[in-house]
Design a protein around this ligand. Structure first.
Ligand code: ZN
Length: 329
């Protein structure tokens, strides 16, 4: 994902749409969108195993860097397909390819797992599963790919564990789709729309015609020790109600330390394209701490993004919060 660059058209469109939303929702025309109304409601703590989520992350990292076009990437795609099938999902793989600015052909596999397709009202969990081909934020070996334990694998690990819990419990009637987007992290900061290629493709060619999900959550970098999730700005514009619901849920579950009540930056991640082309109101849960210099943490796009920075307490906090939010209608 790209921290800074959001193309101006998208920015303006989101802003205008945000204004319309705000003015519709707000009779007194006040621009406040903070604090949910239903703080008193008790959230039930869902079953979620951080050990299991951790093992799913470790397994992805064991393939090596999942850079599109490499054998490690291909082998990991097979494992993801097999795992989703084992967890009871109907799996579709959307394959395409992209040509990079330097003429390289990149295969792209968006891996989609669906539960209970007969349920009409859909919920969606998504994460990117590829890892970045360069360590451009590192001080050494910048040309080598990163392992992406957090940037990529962590979101996938949390989602797989939620799928496992759904399958093993009385909540297995959920109309849930999972999408693991590919080729998210091949972007170059000064090249417009060069990030999030897999989600851009899926958003223009959804796996089902007119596909829609009324509750949609993207996870990106959700496993680092002492992670901070500020409320990402585009997500607030796209779906402030869901942001409030999630942060409220986190607070009730005792995870206010992670889900801080602060506004984050505007991050151009898969959710922006999903919303732009499908109008699915997807929010992004992303490690972003506005009080630090890099925002994304010191590991971001460096070789330090390996299993050493993954923390089970963070996985537990994110897993329970996302799962509780998904289970609530
Ligand atoms: Zn990244």
């Amino acid at each position: 994902m790209d921290k800074h660059l959001m193309n101006w058209k998208t920015k303006i469109a989101l802003f205008v749409f945000g204004l319309i939303l705000l003015s519709c929702n707000n009779k007194n025309n006040q621009m406040t969108i903070e604090e949910p109304q239903d703080v008193a409601k008790v959230v039930e703590r869902p079953a979620f195993s951080a050990d299991s989520a951790y093992a799913y992350i470790e397994k992805q990292v064991s393939f090596g860097s999942r850079v599109p076009g490499t054998d490690e990437h291909y082998q990991c795609s097979l494992w993801l397909i097999e795992t989703l099938e084992r967890l009871g999902a109907k799996v579709q793989v959307q394959s395409t390819q992209f040509t990079t600015s330097d003429g390289k052909i990149l295969p792209c596999y968006n891996i989609i797992g669906s539960f209970n397709e007969e349920v009409k009202e859909r919920k969606l969990l998504a994460s990117h599963w590829d890892s970045r081909p360069w360590a451009d934020q590192d001080t050494a070996n910048q040309d080598l790919p990163i392992l992406g334990a957090n940037d990529g694998a962590s979101g996938v690990g949390v989602i797989l564990e939620i799928a496992r819990q759904i399958q093993a419990s009385a909540t297995k009637d959920q109309g849930l789709d999972i999408i693991f987007f590919d080729v998210e992290d091949y972007g170059i900061s000064n090249v417009t729309d060069s990030y999030c290629l897999g989600s851009q493709y899926w958003s223009k060619h959804p796996h089902r015609p007119n596909y829609f999900a009324y509750k949609a959550i993207l996870l990106d970098m959700v496993g680092a020790k002492n992670a901070v999730f500020a409320k990402e700005n585009n997500s607030i514009i796209i779906n402030s109600a869901l942001i409030s619901e999630m942060w409220n849920t986190a607070k009730q579950l005792g995870y206010g330390k992670y889900f801080v009540n602060k506004k984050g930056g505007s991050i151009l991640d898969d959710h922006v394209y999903v919303y732009k082309y499908t109008r699915i109101p997807m929010i992004d849960i992303i490690h972003y701490d506005p009080t630090t210099l890099s925002g994304f943490g010191d590991f971001w796009h460096t070789h330090a993004d390996n299993m050493d920075i993954i923390d089970k307490n963070t996985l537990q906090a994110v897993g329970e919060t996302v799962f509780a939010t998904i289970l609530k209608d």
